[in-house]
Design a protein around this ligand. Sequence first.
Ligand SMILES: C[S@@+](CC[C@H](N)C(=O)[O-])C[C@H]1O[C@@H](n2cnc3c(N)ncnc32)[C@H](O)[C@@H]1O
Length: 206
Amino acid sequence: MSDKSTWRRQQNKDIYFRKAIDEGWRSRAVYKLKQINEKAQILKNGMTCIDLGSSPGSWSQFVSREMSGDVQIFAVDLIPMDRIQSVNFMQGDFTDKKFYSNLLEVIKNREVDLVMSDMAPNISGIKVSDQAKSIYLAELARAIAIETLKDKGNFVCKLFQGQGMDQFVKETREQFEKVNLFKPQASRKESSEIFLIAKHFYGQSI
Ligand SMILES: C[S@@+](CC[C@H](N)C(=O)[O-])C[C@H]1O[C@@H](n2cnc3c(N)ncnc32)[C@H](O)[C@@H]1O
């Protein structure tokens, strides 16, 4: 049996995959954000947020659909994303310096409540290098959080358990009041992914 048909069979058995289709979400990843929010209450009405690694768009969709008021979402991905209400989407490589500064330019002086990153590198199969790439993406996500978040703002970031993760968590604790790791039920058990939830940014004064 081909890898593709094994993948399709696994997806069909997955309750979150089917639920996402039934409920009109673009991806099963939406339930990770929903469960993170149930745990940590990071979403609020009228919020401004940055969604890194946004495609196909279920996290942006969730914020746009579930939150009322003047919600603003700045979403970024390497690959295209179909339009979503309240979302300003920029296609590009977040690790590219020019793209990063263009994004900052678009966000300008807006007060950002939440930076969330579900970015994951393309897996090469070489563990050490995949892990290093994922930590690099997380470091850049944290860097933009530090540049854009308002005081007491929040940061959520996908991490992969392995080399560099403990150090990343430790450093994040220097910038935020409360930092925890959380594995949502919707995250596949066999995956080493876990989410860092950092609440209450100390602010630019630190
Ligand atoms: C797990 S998916 C995100 C799913 C998304 N949160 C959703 O709810 O639909 C990870 C995304 O990270 C993106 N990504 C990985 N590296 C990136 C980079 N350097 N710049 C921008 N996006 C990146 C990938 O293209 C991919 O779409």
